[in-house]
Design a protein around this ligand. Structure first.
Ligand code: C2O
Ligand code: CU
Length: 459
């Protein structure tokens, strides 16, 4: 029977007024094994663990102020969970197995849903046995867009990573519990790449203006980067806009989990080299991303970029009056391991090493029952990290961003992960305005897994 107008309208009216079922369903994010060609052609492919079977996982892009929901489906043989790194998130959605949620068992699911107060470059990654799960590929970019985007021609997300592969088999090499790696600099890869490709490249035109969102997703590698054939400004760190764009004049240091947003102008002429260079283990500068310059986009360069619009709650008042707590980073090869003692506390050192624990934070090995500190909601917190080891550490606080505080009390950029060099100290302050239990750890994931993890409580 043909549809008459009348029948059509009646049919519509008969539909329930609520939203259809498909619109209510939470989009899935499935952690599962997959086969990916990470190594150059001619070498075997690699069995990875990826979100939706991809490495990196799907890029999630959402507007600032919106709500993000994803249903994690665990298609792995091991428990897992997702952490939304850098989001000032609801504590229950923070994804830390054993602290903010139970790990999701194989075949299980977990619904994540939360607000996104800040625009910026963030990422998501596994936070159950992260040492192994992130190394196997469980991470992806999370981009929160400003309502008024900056004046650029293109926005590119570059997830920097390194993989430790056995060239014979294509498999991830070594065992993830390797005590040599854990007690030294961490698991460093033998193949560097961007967005899952060792030969990542971009095409651009002369005088084109790009926003490059760099994310260090590596387990332990500190990337040292340079621009070639491009002139750039740093406009945000760890998602948080700088008050003024800063010209890139020296190397860019990107520690594990850190992000930097650059606005770059391609200055190279067509056919001449342009690249994002990375300092390689053999002391040379190698192109991590080659930029193939085609014809000119325009004949003239533009004026320096304007700052990105600030995010809410970026002020940290009352630092001078705040109680200063010191957190000592201790242990590791060539120091704590041989001394048999962590600062301030005698320990049964042999037993710790047998358990694969090599690091401590102020005498505490791993996440204990009690938090490192308790803060009253709204209080200004102040921490001095003292690195008493011979390795650099990338200290990351969940749930809140801090500002660095210089000796004269002046405040630096707002970020969520800070590199503290060996034998140096660094002071940070933040407003403890997000209630809950928040992890604080080194983002060299082998260090975090072997003692360098603690937590704070805000209530
Ligand atoms: Cu990027 Cu505790 O995490
Ligand atoms: Cu560390």
């Amino acid at each position: 029977m043909p549809f008459t107008r009348r029948a059509f309208c009646t049919g519509l009216a008969a539909l329930p007024l609520s939203r259809p079922a498909w619109a209510q369903e939470t989009p899935l994010l499935t952690a599962r094994p997959a086969t990916v060609q990470l190594a150059p052609e001619g070498y075997p492919a690699t069995e990875v663990w990826g979100y939706d079977g991809r490495l990196p996982g799907p890029q999630i892009r959402v507007p600032q102020g919106s709500r993000l929901s994803r249903r994690l489906v665990n298609g792995l043989q091991v428990p897992t969970s997702v952490h939304w790194h850098g989001i000032r998130i609801d504590n229950a959605m923070d994804g830390v197995a054993g602290l903010t949620q139970d790990p999701v068992p194989p075949g299980g699911r977990f619904d994540y849903a939360f607000e996104l107060p800040d625009a910026g470059t963030f990422w998501y990654h596994a936070h159950t046995n992260s040492m192994e799960q992130v190394a196997r590929g469980l991470s992806g970019a999370l981009i929160v867009e400003e309502s008024t985007p900056p004046d650029i021609d293109r926005d590119e997300v570059l997830m920097l990573d390194d993989w430790l592969l056995d060239p014979e088999t294509g498999r991830f090499a070594g065992d993830f519990g390797n005590p040599m790696m854990r007690s030294h600099a961490g698991r460093l890869g033998n193949l560097l790449g961007i967005n899952g490709r060792y030969d990542f490249s971009l095409e651009a035109r002369q005088n084109e203006r790009l926003r490059l969102r760099l994310i260090n997703a590596a387990n332990a590698r500190i990337f040292m980067l340079r621009l070639e054939g491009m002139v750039g400004w740093t406009v945000a760190l760890d998602g948080m806009p700088l008050a003024q764009p800063e010209p890139v004049s020296t190397e860019i240091i990107l520690a594990p989990a850190q992000r930097v947003d650059l606005i770059v102008d391609v200055t190279a002429e067509a056919g001449t080299p342009a690249a994002l260079l990375s300092y390689a283990d053999d002391d040379s500068w190698q192109a991590l991303a080659e930029v193939t310059v085609t014809g000119p986009k325009s004949s003239a360069r533009r004026a320096a970029p304007a700052p990105l619009p600030p995010n809410p709650r970026m002020d940290v008042p009352g630092v001078a009056e705040a109680e200063l707590r010191e957190m000592r980073m201790e242990g590791g090869a060539m120091r704590g391991m041989t001394s048999g003692r962590f600062e301030g506390q005698d320990m049964d050192f042999q037993r710790l090493v047998q358990r694969g624990q090599f690091w401590a934070l102020s005498g505490q090995v791993g996440r204990g029952e009690a938090p490192f500190a308790r803060y009253t909601l709204g209080e200004t917190a102040r921490i001095r990290w003292v690195n008493d080891t011979v390795f650099p550490h990338a200290m990351h606080l969940h749930g809140m961003h801090f500002r660095t505080v210089a000796a004269d009390g002046s405040q630096g950029p707002m970020r969520d992960t800070l590199l503290v060099k060996p034998q140096e100290s660094a002071e940070v302050a933040f407003v403890a305005d997000n209630p809950g239990k928040w992890l604080l750890h080194c983002h060299m994931l082998g260090h975090a897994a072997s003692g360098m993890t603690t937590w704070i409580e805000v209530a």
